[in-house]
Design a protein around this ligand. Structure first.
Ligand SMILES: Nc1ncnc2c1ncn2[C@@H]1O[C@H](COP(=O)(O)OP(=O)(O)OP(=O)(O)O)[C@@H](O)[C@H]1O
Length: 352
C-alpha cells in the first residue's frame, strides 16, 4: 500500500495539495489537464523532487526522506528515456535484479524480436515496451507511469493500452498511471483521481466518476459537455428541475426546492425522439444548430426552445443516417431521468 498524507509542494504560483491518497495493489489513474500537477505528484512519490510537507509511506516504510534509489519505486516517462547506444536487452538488463527475468519480460511485452537492436533504432511503440520491461525488471514495490503512451500513434496506443491493463493488474503492486487522456484513464485505472489546479477533485471508480461527476470541472473534463444551471422545484412531491422553459423529472432528491444547481447529462444519453407527436415528461424541442462528424459518430448541437444554451447529442452513424437531420431542423429530444445528474449547488460566483 502506498500512502500519501498531507503532501504539498509549491512552485511560485502553483500549489500542489495537500494530497491525501491511499493506493492499494491496484492501478490508480490520475487524470488532469496540462499543468495541474500530475508529474509533480509522481516526482514527489519517486523522490526526484523534494516536497514542502507531508509523508509518503510504501508498505509501511516511510519514504519521505529517502533517496530515489532507496524507495522501491520506479518512474517511467513518456519518452521511455532509454540509453540510445545500448541494445534493448542491455537497457532491460541495466535495471534487472536478475538476468533470468529478461526473457520472461520480453515474451510478456512482445519485444523478443528486437532485444538485440539498438534502442535508437526502435519504433515508438517498441521503445515504450522496452521501457516498461526495464521498469518491471527492477522488481519495483510501486510503479509510477507518466503519460507512457503519449507519444504513440492512435492504433498502437490503443493496442498497448489494452495490453497494459491486465499486465499492470497482474503485478499486484500500487501503480500510479498519469494521463491527460480520459479514454486511457478509464481503460487502465481500477480507480480514477481527477486533478485540477493541484487538487484531487474526485476519486472513485471510472464508471462512477463518469456517471456522477462531483464538480463542474470533473463533468466537463470527462466529457459531460452538457453542463447547465437550473433551479430545483417540486411537482406532486417529486423533485423537478426548471431549466429555461422546461421542467424535468430527476431522480436526485437531496437538494432543497428553490436552490440553483449545476446539472449535467452526457451527450450519448440524450436521445432524439423520431416522432414530433410523441409527448414525454422529459422531452424538449429545439433546433439543430450544427452537425459534426467526429469519426466514430456524429454530434449534433441543438438550441432548445427558450434557452440560450446548446445541448449536445451524440449519435451512432446508423442512427444519424436514419434520422436524416438538416441544419435548423426542429427536433424533439428526450433527457432520461436517470441520466440527469445534479453535480452540486451553484455558488454565488457561478451565478453572477
Ligand atoms: N522544476 C520546476 N520549477 C518550477 N515550476 C515547475 C517545476 N516543475 C513543475 N513546475 C510547475 O508546476 C506546475 C505543475 O506542473 P506538472 O509538470 O506537475 O503538471 P502536469 O499536470 O504534469 O502537466 P503536463 O501534463 O503538461 O506534464 C506547472 O505550472 C509547472 O510549470
Amino acid at each position: 500500500m502506498l500512502a500519501i498524507d498531507g503532501l504539498t509542494k509549491s512552485y511560485g504560483a502553483f500549489d500542489l495539495g495537500p494530497i491525501d491518497l491511499a493506493v492499494d495493489e491496484e492501478v490508480l489513474a490520475v487524470l488532469g489537464p496540462s499543468g495541474c500537477g500530475k508529474t509533480t505528484l509522481l516526482a514527489a512519490i519517486a523522490g526526484v523532487t523534494d516536497t514542502d510537507a507531508g509523508t509518503i509511506t510504501l508498505n509501511g516504510r516511510d519514504l519521505t526522506d529517502r533517496a530515489p534509489e532507496d524507495r522501491g519505486t520506479v518512474l517511467v516517462f513518456q519518452d521511455g528515456a532509454l540509453f540510445p547506444h545500448m541494445t534493448a536487452r542491455e537497457n532491460v538488463a541495466y535495471a534487472a535484479a536478475s538476468t533470468g527475468k529478461i526473457d520472461e519480460l520480453a515474451a510478456t511485452l512482445e519485444i523478443g524480436d528486437v532485444l538485440d537492436q539498438r534502442a535508437a533504432t526502435l519504433s515508438g511503440g517498441e521503445r515504450q515496451r522496452v521501457a516498461l520491461a526495464r521498469s518491471l525488471a527492477a522488481d519495483p514495490s510501486a510503479l509510477l507511469l507518466d503519460e507512457p503512451l503519449a507519444n504513440l500513434d492512435a492504433p498502437i496506443k490503443r493496442r498497448l493500452r489494452d495490453e497494459l491493463r491486465p499486465l499492470l493488474s497482474s503485478l499486484s503492486i500500487p501503480v500510479v498511471y498519469v494521463t491527460h487522456d480520459q479514454h486511457e484513464a478509464t481503460a487502465i485505472g481500477d480507480r480514477l483521481a481527477v486533478v485540477n489546479d493541484g487538487v484531487i477533485q474526485q476519486l472513485d471508480t471510472p464508471s462512477e466518476v463518469f456517471a456522477r461527476p462531483a464538480t463542474p470541472f470533473v463533468a466537463s473534463f470527462t466529457g459531460s459537455t452538457n453542463l447547465f444551471q437550473a433551479r430545483v422545484a417540486e411537482e406532486e412531491g417529486n423533485p423537478v428541475l426548471e431549466w429555461a422553459d422546461h421542467r424535468f423529472d430527476v431522480a436526485d432528491d437531496e437538494y432543497p426546492v428553490g436552490v440553483d444547481i449545476w446539472f449535467c447529462i452526457r451527450p450519448e444519453y440524450v436521445t432524439v425522439v423520431d416522432d414530433l407527436a410523441v409527448e414525454g415528461r422529459n422531452n424538449l424541442d429545439g433546433h439543430v444548430r450544427r452537425r459534426v462528424f467526429e469519426g466514430d459518430g456524429y454530434r449534433i448541437d441543438v438550441t432548445p426552445e427558450g434557452a440560450d444554451d446548446v445541448l449536445q447529442v451524440t449519435l451512432s452513424p446508423p442512427d444519424y443516417d436514419w434520422l436524416d437531420l438538416d441544419d435548423r431542423d426542429r427536433v424533439r429530444l428526450s433527457l432520461p431521468q436517470d441520466a440527469i445528474h445534479i453535480v452540486g449547488e451553484c455558488d454565488r460566483t457561478d451565478a453572477d
